[in-house]
Design a protein around this ligand. Structure first.
Ligand SMILES: [Zn+2]
Length: 432
């Protein structure tokens, strides 16, 4: 007999507990005033008003906090290895190409590869302290790998390929990438072809085929630069400026473009699909956005990064009106002021209003995007909501509602910087 079982009811495991707050925001169901969640064995066993706590959980320790109890946030786009480049993210740039030049100088200045791992570990702690419990994380350099699992954070580490022409790929690039992919690391792995402009189309086809053979998810940057569309259509080389003379080797330059729009080109190289999500999606026309939706391709919007780089705000109002299930990402500290996802949530609310979005569902949909939306882009149906059976990944934000304000409204508008508790898999990982 299991020594932990006495009589009919198991003795509580060390982390089993009830968390209660002014509001519980399950996301998948309506908000609950004086709501609570019972956590058993790292999973959510019950959600409801604290007054209605079932007798089964009456023996558990109860932690009561002020503010809003919500699912842990799911960051839909990060690069934690650039956490050490925060100075870059505090700057202001004229364009994606201008920022890229500054970024390359910082990147080349890193001499100790272990710095990537140290920066990624610091980033994961920063994210946890702001209520993030899962992320879509891009890894460019080996030492930054394995950091999510090591910290207990959920999510996918997407191994990135960048700057590969067909020739380079055939002459060692592919073999090196495969060797990297085959290394054993804890945690889920995906594949990130950096962007349709920084890799030859044939290389991206190969990468997406590899991902699909192995059942891995795909994540890429699309529609971030104002000029990238002119590369796909006409072979304009502006977005490839940082590659110097090597840019002439890219197939799109040699062929003078394909005549296709950004999303059509992405589709032609097998980058779209329900197993793929894109970061940014700023410079996409209606037909391109429709193609994403029709192919099940989701987008992570990163408005604060876009602002630092000098880009336009993402067309969030259009994405919402057109029925996309969006996610939200911070991007890295090299282009963003913080890894607090609620900073980007507030920025999207403001952008949506500026773009004329007046539907009353705005705050609810943005909370959905920061939780369930993120869970969808990493292919997880056990994250992003407070409901029985879900993983006990929770966060409490010390924000009070005013009058008859909905908790979603308070969380979106004033949640940034307010996280007081983060629980991952039932374990308290941050407390303030
Ligand atoms: Zn990025």
């Amino acid at each position: 007999m299991d020594p932990l079982v006495t009589g009919a009811r198991p003795v509580a495991a060390p982390n089993d507990a009830v968390f209660a707050a002014e509001w519980a925001l399950p996301v998948s169901s309506p908000a609950i005033r004086h709501g609570a969640v019972a956590v058993v064995d790292g999973r959510i066993a019950w959600v409801g008003p604290i007054d209605a706590l079932p007798v089964d959980f009456a023996g558990l320790p109860v932690e009561t906090l002020t503010g809003i109890l919500a699912p842990g946030l799911v960051n839909g786009h990060t690069h934690l290895q650039y956490t050490g480049f925060a100075e870059l993210g505090r700057g202001a740039y004229r364009s994606f190409e201008h920022w890229s030049e500054a970024f390359e100088v910082c990147y080349e200045a890193v001499v100790d590869p272990e710095d990537w791992g140290r920066a990624a570990r610091e980033g994961v702690q920063l994210a946890m302290r702001s209520g993030t419990t899962a992320m879509a994380e891009i890894v460019t350099d080996g030492p930054a790998r394995g950091v999510l699992a090591e910290a207990g954070m959920q999510g996918i580490e997407y191994l990135e390929a960048i700057g590969e022409t067909e020739r380079r790929w055939d002459q060692g690039g592919r073999a090196a990438f495969l060797a990297w992919l085959d290394q054993e690391y804890p945690g889920a792995v995906g594949i990130s072809p950096h962007a349709p402009y920084s890799l030859d189309g044939e290389v991206i086809r190969d990468l997406t085929a590899l991902a699909r053979e192995r059942g891995m998810r795909i994540h890429s940057h699309v529609g971030e630069s104002e000029v990238e569309a002119t590369l796909y259509a006409d072979g304009n080389r502006d977005v490839l400026e940082i590659y110097g003379d090597m840019r002439d080797e890219f197939a799109l330059i040699r062929s003078g473009g394909t005549g296709l729009s950004t999303a059509r080109y992405a589709e032609s190289i097998d980058l779209l699909g329900a197993d793929s999500h894109l970061a940014h999606g700023i410079y996409l026309e209606r037909a391109d956005r429709d193609l994403l939706r029709e192919t099940g391709t989701r987008v992570s919007l990163c408005p604060r990064s876009n602002r630092v780089i000098g880009l336009d705000a993402p067309p969030v109002a259009d994405y919402l009106r057109e029925g996309h299930e969006i996610a939200i990402g911070t991007d890295s500290l090299s282009s963003s002021p913080s890894l607090d996802l609620l900073g980007d949530v507030a920025a999207l609310a403001s952008a949506a209003r500026d773009q004329g979005y007046v539907d009353p569902d705005l705050h609810h949909r943005l909370v959905d995007a920061a939780t369930l939306g993120g869970a969808r882009v990493i292919g997880r149906d056990d994250l992003g909501a407070l409901a029985p059976g879900m993983r006990a990944d929770l966060a409490v934000f010390d924000v009070m509602t005013v009058g008859d304000e909905a908790p979603e409204h308070a969380l979106v508008e004033r949640g940034e910087g307010s996280c007081v508790l983060t629980v991952i898999g039932g374990r308290i990982r941050h407390r303030r």
